[in-house]
Structures are given as structure tokens and as C-alpha cells.
Design a protein around this ligand. Structure first.
Ligand code: SDX
Length: 393
């Protein structure tokens, strides 16, 4: 009744929108991008190929993929004036605030020659967004630790370039570990799209007003920031650290999550659609096991996460309510092992989700039936009444 869950027919249809992009079966725990099972894409594909698939609808030929990668590579630099943009923020600024502001701000560098109806303008904007988001993200991290910005190095792969900008320093060369880059690439694939989640709905609704793509994507970044959505991966690590500091007492946290008088929820558990194990969480858990064995063999948080999962999944409350680990439950452990601060975790989700937001925006904008989103409501306020002068109130 508050609007977004019942679309105005002009937006797409009465209860949800039609889309060819991602298929989700929450009961069976199935996720497919353009018909391809997530398990196969995770095993055999890479993030830019999956991005191409989501945005353009088909797996690319080698020459199509080469062109896509090359177009993204040549757009990784930000306009040099954007450097001052970062100076405007306090050191403690949350990187999601910088990411959303900078993404909307990017449009100001192209506003004189950008027409959302012009195919070439849209295509170049896609390359610009895909290319520049990792640069913005890495520079927001460098700003927060007072280090010099590291510029993109176009010889590197997409994930390796990000790691290089994040962890490289001007004083010495930085070697990206290919296994780490591969783990990051896999995480990006697993986050790339998820049909009509809150942030994608925000992108579609804002985009339906015909505002430029950068502004529509910025609205998705803001929606994702919330702890009930993408912000959950940061909240999971904070929760696991609390459990560690409580001598690993997972039982008391499970009990708190069940207590109706306690607003506490098990972060990384539950899902509006999945009433089964989130297929992404299964893959991420395997990756976490491998990455942590190599990078953080003594970090107790992975064991605590596994104990917590075991305690919750053997508890009637969680079984009855079909609350399983979701994509955010294990991903933060990998980001932490990569050396990322918790504030950067949701930024990683945003980089991964970007091709999905772009694909959904593009699908909506190319649908001739799309009109401005205008959800309706069920009015529950006061009946008609006469105005009362202030002296008589
Ligand atoms: C993402 O939509 C997407 O696809 C999102 C996403 C994507 O890829 O875009 O998958 C990414 O956002 C994953 C979700 C990350 N958020 C969290 O992990 C935060 C913790 N989870 C919950 O807050 C909750 O499960 C939601 C927000 C994810 C889903 O909320 P719903 O479907 O609205 O469920 P609900 O709040 O109506 O809860 C149903 C019942 C409630 O109990 P009752 O009122 O029926 O007695 O289950 C309980 C809730 O209290 N419940 C939980 C719980 N999640 C739901 N109880 C304890 N711990 C939890 N985590």
C-alpha cells in the first residue's frame, strides 16, 4: 500500500515488471543470468563477459568481448578536476556517500553531449560507468587512509586494476596476486544482477523520469547502502566480531535474533525471495574457505560464521521462517581477507551490481511501453475537514 510494491500500470504492470534479464526461483534456490545458471558462469566465465551478457543479452564472441574490454579500459581515468571532488569530503566520509555523489557528478562532464535516446551516447556512458566506478571506489579508500591516489594501469585486468589502485603505493611497484584478482572477479559475477531488488527498483523508478543514466545509477547506490540490503555485508562482519568478543557465544546471538523484543537480526540471513539457501552464498562460502586458508588462516571469524550458520539452521525459528544465509553472509570475510576495511564492503557490492543496474535501466529505457513510474497508495488519512484559525486551535 505504500507504493513501490504495486507498480502503476504505466511503470510496467500491476504487481511487478517484466524482464528478460535474470531468473530467480526463491523456493528452489535457482539464479540464472539471461538463462545461464549462476554456477556455470561462476565456474567458466569472467566479470566483463558476464557484464556484456547482462547488458547486451548474449554471450559475446571473442572480438565483441575484446572491443567491450578495450572500450572500458580507455575510460578508466577520471577527469582531472574530479581530484578536487575528493578534497571536499572529510577523511571519515563513508565511501558509499562518495561513490553515489561522484557517480551523479560524472554526468556534469558529459551533460552537453548526452542524449539518453541516442544509442552511441548510451553505449559510451555504459563504458564510462563500468570503467570509472572502480577508480572512484579506490580513490575514496586512498582518501580515507591519507595516501596518494594511484592511477589506473590499463595493462591490468578489471579486478587487478582495482586492487592495484587500492593497495599500490607511489613509492614502489605493486604485484597483484592473480588468485586474489580471480576471487574478486568471481565475487563481482555473483553480485552482478538479482532481478527487482530494492536498488534495481530504485534505478528503474528514477530512470523512468528520463534523467541521465549516471543519476539513475547513483540512486541505486544509495538504496544499496542500507544495512537491510547491500550494507548487510558490512553489518555481518561487525556482528561476527561482536560474537568473537563474546567468546564465540553464537547461541546467545541466535536467541537475540528470535526475541521479538530485540530489534537485532542475524545479518546475512534471510531474504525476501530466497526461502532456500542463496545459491550465491554456496559459491561464496567455498571461495571464502580457499581465500581464507591462504590469506587469513588464523582469523577466527570464518569458524564463527560456520558455527553461527550451523546453530541457526538447526533452530526451529529459522527453519520455520526459511531463513538461510544470503549473499552477504560470507562475502565480507573474503573482502576482509583481501585487506579491505568494512566500510568498503558495500562499495564492492556496488561495483559487482553495476552491470545489472545498467542492464535493467537499458531494458526499461528501450521498452516503448515504459512510462514514468507513478506508484499509487491506499489513503488512510483524515476525512475532509474545515480549516481552523490558529487562535482557535
Ligand atoms: C540483499 O532483494 C534482493 O535480491 C537483495 C539482494 C540482492 O542481491 O540484491 O539479495 C541483496 O539485500 C540480501 C539481504 C541482505 N540483508 C540482510 O542480511 C539483513 C538481515 N535480513 C533481514 O533483515 C531480512 O531477512 C531481509 C530484509 C533480507 C528480508 O526481509 P523480509 O523478506 O521483508 O522478511 P521480513 O522482514 O518480513 O521477516 C520475515 C520474518 C520476520 O519475523 P515475523 O515478523 O514473521 O515474526 O523473519 C524474521 C522477521 O523478524 N527475520 C529474521 C531475519 N530476517 C527475517 N529474524 C532474524 N534474523 C534475520 N536475519
Amino acid at each position: 500500500a505504500t507504493g513501490l510494491t504495486t507498480y502503476d500500470p504505466g511503470f510496467a504492470s500491476t504487481s511487478s515488471c517484466r524482464s528478460d534479464i535474470t531468473y530467480l526461483n526463491g523456493e528452489a534456490g535457482i539464479l540464472r543470468y539471461r538463462g545461464y545458471p549462476i554456477e556455470q558462469l561462476a565456474k567458466s566465465s569472467n566479470f566483463l563477459e558476464v557484464s556484456y551478457l547482462l547488458i547486451f543479452g548474449e554471450l559475446p564472441t571473442q572480438s565483441e568481448l575484446d572491443y567491450f574490454e578495450q572500450q572500458i579500459t580507455i575510460h578508466t581515468l577520471l577527469h582531472e578536476d574530479m581530484r578536487q571532488f575528493f578534497d571536499a569530503f572529510p577523511k571519515s566520509a563513508h565511501p558509499m556517500a562518495i561513490l553515489s555523489a561522484a557517480t551523479a557528478g560524472l554526468s556534469t562532464f558529459y551533460q552537453d553531449h548526452y542524449d539518453p535516446k541516442d544509442e552511441r551516447d548510451v553505449e559510451v556512458s555504459i563504458y564510462r560507468l563500468m570503467a570509472k566506478m572502480p577508480t572512484i571506489a579506490a580513490w575514496s579508500y586512498k582518501k580515507s587512509i591519507g595516501q596518494a591516489f594511484i592511477y589506473p594501469w590499463n595493462k591490468l585486468s578489471y579486478p587487478a586494476n582495482f586492487l592495484h589502485m587500492m593497495f599500490g603505493v607511489k613509492a614502489e611497484p605493486y604485484e597483484v596476486d592473480p588468485e586474489i584478482a580471480k576471487a574478486l572477479d568471481l565475487l563481482y559475477i555473483l553480485h552482478a544482477d538479482h532481478e527487482q531488488n530494492a536498488s534495481t527498483t530504485a534505478v528503474r523508478l528514477v530512470g523512468s523520469t528520463q534523467v541521465n543514466m549516471f543519476a539513475a545509477i547513483a540512486s541505486g547506490i544509495n538504496a544499496l547502502w542500507g544495512p537491510l540490503h547491500g550494507g548487510a555485508n558490512q553489518a555481518v562482519l561487525e556482528m561476527l566480531a561482536e560474537i568473537r568478543d563474546a567468546d564465540g557465544d553464537t547461541a546467545s546471538f541466535v536467541a537475540r535474533a528470535k526475541d521479538k523484543n530485540d530489534p537485532f537480526r542475524l545479518m546475512g540471513f534471510g531474504h525476501r525471495v530466497y526461502k532456500n539457501y542463496d545459491p550465491r552464498a554456496t559459491i561464496i562460502k567455498e571461495t571464502a574457505d580457499k581465500v581464507l586458508r591462504k590469506l587469513a588462516p588464523n582469523d577466527p571469524l570464518f569458524e564463527i560464521a560456520q558455527e553461527l550458520e550451523e546453530a541457526a539452521l538447526s533452530d526451529d525459528y529459522f527453519i520455520e521462517k526459511k531463513l538461510y544465509p544470503n549473499v552477504d553472509f560470507y562475502s565480507g570475510l573474503i573482502y576482509k581477507a583481501l585487506g579491505l576495511p568494512t566500510e568498503m564492503f558495500t562499495v564492492m557490492f556496488a561495483i559487482g551490481r553495476l552491470p545489472g543496474w545498467i542492464a535493467q535501466w537499458k531494458e526499461m529505457m528501450s521498452d516503448p511501453d515504459t512510462r514514468i513510474g507513478r506508484p499509487r497508495q491506499i489513503y488512510t488519512g483524515a476525512a475532509t475537514r474545515e480549516y481552523v484559525e490558529i487562535e482557535n486551535r
